[in-house]
Write a protein that binds this ligand. Structure first.
Ligand SMILES: [Mn+2]
Length: 335
């Protein structure tokens, strides 16, 4: 796939205005890729008007990045007036929140640039789809296009790309040699890794710290077949609390909490737990747990969530039962 294909679509549409969108609560990869791609378009086609708009704002970490690297973004993109619409780092139009319906009925060409597994509906919607599922970030795909066009990114653009790649590769933990080559080149475009990596470390809010500590104080520790399982409850920041419990040594952390009538559970497990047991938290635990509490559950192999209604005691008992069943163990020991 090349930038030339994008240029062909733009030329055919006689594009004077294009809008670049990315998913809501934009993470650094989404933000970095829309921003950098806009810079590439402006450098290649200087007469074209380019608007950048993350749907419903950006994540907390991205907010910190925006303070350090000023990027021109708009909260009110001219979607209807645009000649071509781009979606970056966005696998379904659901992720565009309230803008979804504005896109569903558009007759303008839509170009998707992404590294997630594409939803069939998005494939149908897209005029051109640049999907590289084996690339660790959308920023890497965008940087490749800079190279194809022989355009050198500005220091700000290089920083934005660097941060997107660093974020999506979990600070290079899952990066491969292609990623490291791109990173080395970006550093040569005046990125100071020490300085910019600091932007990805947002300190916890006071209330988030309290939730994490309360979850630790209230935790119930059991073992099932030698695996350390922690179960706890807090009324907010459940996922942060579950990550904290993994940090202190749990193989699996289940943190539930009620806010009004809504009951929410976050589940996390270590990679080792998933590798050795094959228990997929999203599929094997969160999904049936969601049905049990008359709500919905799902997620990834080591990170999942459930929403519904229920009481902590019965929900945690059900969760333990599911873990026992999936691990093929009858009992559990309380430590
Ligand atoms: Mn991404």
């Amino acid at each position: 796939m090349s930038f030339k294909e994008v240029e062909t679509v733009l030329a055919k549409a006689k594009a004077k205005l294009v809008v670049l969108l990315c998913h809501q609560n934009a993470d650094p990869d989404a933000l970095g890729s829309v921003y950098a791609f806009a810079q590439l378009l402006k450098r290649t086609l200087p007469r074209m008007d380019v608007e950048v708009a993350p749907a419903q704002g950006v994540s907390k970490i991205s907010g910190e990045i925006l303070k350090a690297i000023p990027m021109e973004i708009t909260a009110d993109p001219r979607i209807e007036a645009a000649d071509v619409i781009f979606l970056l780092d966005t696998s379904t139009i659901e992720q565009l929140g309230p803008w979804k319906s504005r896109l569903k009925h558009t007759t303008k060409p839509i170009i998707v640039i992404d590294h997630h597994i594409t939803h069939p509906e998005t494939k149908e919607l897209a005029h051109l789809a640049v999907i590289q599922e084996d690339t660790s970030s959308t920023c890497e795909i965008v940087y490749e296009m800079f190279k194809q066009q022989n355009v050198h990114p500005s220091p700000e653009t290089a920083q934005a790309l660097f941060l997107g790649i660093a974020f999506d590769t979990q600070r290079f933990r899952i990066a491969n040699s292609t990623t490291f080559k791109a990173i080395a080149e970006l550093i040569d475009f005046s990125v100071d890794p020490k300085e910019v990596l600091g932007l990805l470390m947002t300190p916890f809010d006071y209330s988030e710290k309290v939730s994490r500590l309360k979850a630790a104080k209230r935790l119930k520790l059991i073992t099932i077949g030698g695996w350390l399982i922690t179960i706890s409850h807090v009324s907010s920041y459940q996922s942060s609390a579950a990550r904290a419990l993994l940090g202190v040594g749990a193989h699996v952390a289940v943190v539930g909490g009620k806010k009004g009538e809504a009951f929410k559970i976050s589940l996390r497990s270590s990679r080792e737990f998933y590798r050795k047991t094959g228990v997929h938290l999203g599929r094997d635990i969160a999904k049936p747990l969601g049905e049990y509490i008359h709500g919905m559950g799902g997620g990834h192999s080591t990170a999942a969530g459930v929403n519904g209604t229920g009481e902590f005691t019965s929900v945690s008992a059900k969760c333990i039962a599911l873990l026992q069943e999936k691990l093929n163990k009858r009992g559990s020991n309380q430590l």
